[in-house]
Design a binder for this molecule. Structure first.
Ligand SMILES: *Cc1c(COP(=O)(O)O)cnc(C)c1O
Length: 485
């Protein structure tokens, strides 16, 4: 077992506070009271739980240690494909904490919120520029919420043309949220099989596209980490039958400054600020999924919208065709602020450089693992590389077992068994923020696991072996969670 940095990061052991302490211990020392005691009201003095008596240091150590159980990108490599777990520069956090922003109340009158409104207005312009689309809403609270907003816009568009449609084309590699968002808006998702090279072929779209189809939802680069190179042709086919092209921009981290979706036929696109634009995510924290649209669709964007006249910013609900408000107040302002800081501090060249490094890192891993793991496609990838379990099938070792073994080496496992079209998929997205040494450590760990799969497959079946909790029965854990530690 290699002793990589962070090897202990996932090895956890901490008893419950109830198992510690001694009767009579106190976590504080107060001076003797100089006022007469005032007894508690009767309703507060009944029988309660027998709380453990603990010293201050026991409490401090317990909670400090527990706080280190949160594995995050600040503690180690987090190569979760499709999630873009890049490092978030701390300057973004510092700016998000500036009191004028952090303490601003969403109900402040606009005259007192000019700075916040200007920031949001400028961010809309940056995102317009980056996506090559004309207008942006910052309201949606996550990528999936952006998709829902986009589908509402598709719906409003067809309604405005006098005839609603019933179906949406969605590639078989799509993120599960795509069909869910379409279905929420009443559209039946129609799967589009990807071609042998992992990308969508125009002829497949042409055969499925009809006058009942409202449009296509397409992720580019797609969830196999491949660039949908037929985008312009696919968009032409969809448009020629009166449909709209929705772009899932969750993977924009691969193409910033290189491809503007609006220039290759996309009409509506969401971005995941918490992926591409470097704000913390995971664990259900807030995100932001702004939606950018072509000019003639801007009348459907959620309202109120931020408008500027002679340097004065205001919120206007004067958009009669708007799909309405999709979030309370103005979206997740703290996330917008971090993205704004990130974009400004990187600048256009820096963003482009980030994408180039993201693609380089993924291809480096792909090249250095391809003699032991079987790449899903025989071509360079974009920001993430996908392998199948073909080489391990003889030994019977599964993708899940290899992923679990990575934990023993101190690495967070990559995304596994997604996308569904790849057998035993292993999807690695290193992002641009890792050093070569870190990538090399991960590659060595994976190579040694593959060796072990051949020599001692039993060790993998029992992995992880160095963690507090060993292999879980995941179904039982989900159905009957034991939260006591
Ligand atoms: C992450 C992701 C989404 C969903 O975004 P959330 O912010 O998690 O709702 C949608 N599509 C793709 C391709 C993604 O990677």
């Amino acid at each position: 077992m290699s002793e990589a940095l962070g090897t202990n990061g996932l090895v956890l052991n901490e008893p419950l506070l109830w198992e510690r302490g001694k009767k009579g211990r106190r976590a504080f020392s107060m001076p003797a009271a100089d006022v007469p005691p005032n007894p508690l009201p009767a309703e507060l003095t009944g029988e309660g739980p027998d709380f453990p008596d603990l010293g201050e240091i026991e409490v401090v150590r317990h909670y400090t240690r527990l706080s280190t159980w949160n594995f995050g990108v600040d503690t180690g490599l987090y190569p979760l494909g499709s999630c873009t777990m890049k490092y978030n520069p701390k300057i973004n956090e510092k700016l998000a904490g500036v009191p004028g922003f952090a303490a601003a109340h969403p109900l402040l009158p606009t005259a007192l919120s000019q700075g916040a409104l200007q920031l949001m207005h400028d961010l809309e312009r940056f995102l317009s520029e980056i996506t090559g689309l004309d207008a942006v809403t910052l309201q949606p609270a996550a990528g999936a919420h952006g998709e829902l907003t986009g589908m509402l816009i598709v719906h409003a568009y067809h309604r405005s043309r006098g005839r609603q449609r019933t179906k949406i084309l969605i590639p078989d590699t799509a993120h599960g949220t795509n069909p869910a968002s379409a279905a929420l808006c009443g559209y039946a998702p129609v799967p589009v099989p990807s071609g042998p090279d992992g990308v969508i072929l125009p002829e497949t779209v042409a055969a499925l596209m009809d006058d009942e189809t409202a449009g296509i939802m397409i992720t580019n680069p797609n969830t196999l980490g491949l660039f949908e190179e037929n985008m312009p042709e696919i968009a032409r086919i969809v448009h020629s039958r009166g449909g709209l092209v929705y772009g899932d921009g969750a993977n924009m981290n691969a193409v910033l400054g290189m491809v503007r979706p609006g220039s290759i036929g996309v009409d509506i696109l969401h971005l995941n600020l918490h992926k591409t634009f470097s704000t913390p995510h995971g664990g259900g924290g807030p995100g932001a999924g702004p939606v950018a649209v072509r000019k003639d669709l801007s009348r459907f964007l959620p309202s109120p919208r931020i408008v500027e006249r002679n340097g004065v910013y205001a919120l206007s609900a004067d958009f009669p065709e708007s799909v309405g408000r999709v979030v309370a107040y103005h979206g997740h302002f703290g996330v917008l602020l971090r993205a704004y800081a990130y974009i400004l501090s990187m600048g256009p060249d820096g963003l482009k450089e980030a994408s180039r490094f993201a693609v380089l890192s993924a291809n480096y891993i792909r090249e250095r693992l391809k003699d032991v793991l079987h790449p899903a496609f025989d071509r360079p990838c974009m920001h993430e590389c996908v392998f199948t379990d073909r080489n391990q099938q003889a030994s019977g070792v599964t993708t899940l077992e290899m992923a679990k073994r990575l934990i023993d080496h101190g690495y967070h496992p990559p995304t596994i068994y997604f996308p569904l079209v790849v057998h035993g998929a292993i999807m690695i997205e290193p992002t641009e923020t890792e050093t070569k040494e870190e990538l090399d450590g991960f590659i060595e760990a994976f190579r040694s696991i593959v060796r072990e799969a051949g020599e001692n497959p039993q060790a993998l079946r029992e992995a992880p072996s160095r963690t507090k909790v060993k292999r879980l029965d995941e179904t039982a854990a989900a159905r009957n969670p034991c939260l006591a530690g």
